[in-house]
Design a protein around this ligand. Sequence first.
Ligand code: CTP
Ligand code: MG
Length: 344
Amino acid sequence: MKGKAGRSIAAIGDVRAAVLRFCAEQLSRRLDTKPVEDVHQKVSACVQQVDPTMTPYIFGSTAVLGVHEQGSDVDFVCLSPADVQDGKGADAVSEVAKGLQSGFLFRLSEVVKREHYLWDIELVRRTRVPVLRVKGGLGADGVSFDVTANRRNGVRNSALLRAYFTQCPEARWLSMLVKQWSKKTGLNASVDGGCITSYGWNIMVVYYLLRRKLVKLVPVESCDVANIAPMPPYMPLETPQQDGQALAVMLMDFVNYYLDEFTPETEVMSLTRAAGETTKEMLSWTKQAEDMARIRGERIHYRWCIEDPYEFDLNVGRNVTPFKLMLLRKHLERAQETALLLLA
Ligand code: CTP
Ligand code: MG
C-alpha cells in the first residue's frame, strides 16, 4: 500500500500479526516487579543506616509501566519527610541543594560499599542531578540502578505517565513497542548518538493519545508525592484485545501522526495544557533562544519540542539537532514501511 508522498505502508494484517508476536514474546518473559522489590528492600536498609528519616522511592519504567522488563535499569530517589509532605513542590536546582544531595549520596555509597562489596558503584557529581550508579551483574542481583536524592519530579512525572497508560489497554504496549524501536534505531538517548530519552518517547506516546482523544487529560497538579507509593504495585500485562487489531492500527497511526500531522515548526508536545494548544512561540522556544543558550555554552535545540510537565522551561527534546530531526524523519518513514521495524 502507498501513503502520502508515495511511501510504502505496511499492510495492517501483517502489522497485527507482528504486534501479536511482539506481545507474546514479552509475555513469555518474566515481567513481575519482584526483582525490583528485592533491590528496593536492600537499598532501603542502606538508606536506613545513613538517615532513617529518608525513604527510597521507585520511579522510571518500573513505576510508569508497572512491570519490570529484564535488563531495564531501575531509578530510585531518596526523599525526606519534608519532600514528601510538600509533594507538589518544585525541586531545588541551586548549587547548595546539589551539594547536599551529593553529600547524602556519598554517605550512602560508603554504606553500600560496606554492605554489598560485590556491587559495582560510582558516584557521579558533575551531572545536572548528582547520582549514585550501581551496575548489575551477579553482585546486584542482576539489576542496575541509579539513586538520586531529594528530587520529586521523577516520582511525579512517572505517576503522571502511569495515570495515562492505565486509561487505555493498548497504551503500555505502544510505549514498549516505541521504546524498543527507538533503541534499535539508535534514536534513544541511552544509545551512543541517540537524542530522545525513553522518558521523552513516553511523553510523545501520551501526547499522541491525547491528540486522538484516546485518553483524558490528567491535570499535572494532581500528581502529589504525598499520595504516591514508594514502590508502585505490579500491573500484569495482558494479550491485546481484538487479536491485536486496535494496537496495530494505533501503532501505525502513531507513526503517521508524527510523520504527517504534527507540526514541529510551531507545535510543542505538552501535557500541561489541552493537546494542540502549546506553541513554541508561547514558550519563547525560538531560534533566538537557541542562540542565547549557545552564548552561555549550552547546546539546546528547539526543533523537536517536548515540554517537561514539572520542570520549568525544559525541552525534553533539546538534543534533537536539525541533523537528528532529519534522521528521526527517515526512521519514521522506514517505520511506516516496517511497522517500527517489526517487519524488517
Ligand atoms: N526523567 C526525567 N527527566 C528526564 C529524563 C528522565 O525526569 N529528562 C525521569 C523520568 O521520571 C523517567 C525516569 O527518569 O521516568 C527514567 O528515565 P528513562 O530511563 O529515560 O525512562 P525509562 O522509562 O526508565 O526507560 P528505560 O527502560 O529505557 O530505562
Ligand atoms: Mg530507566
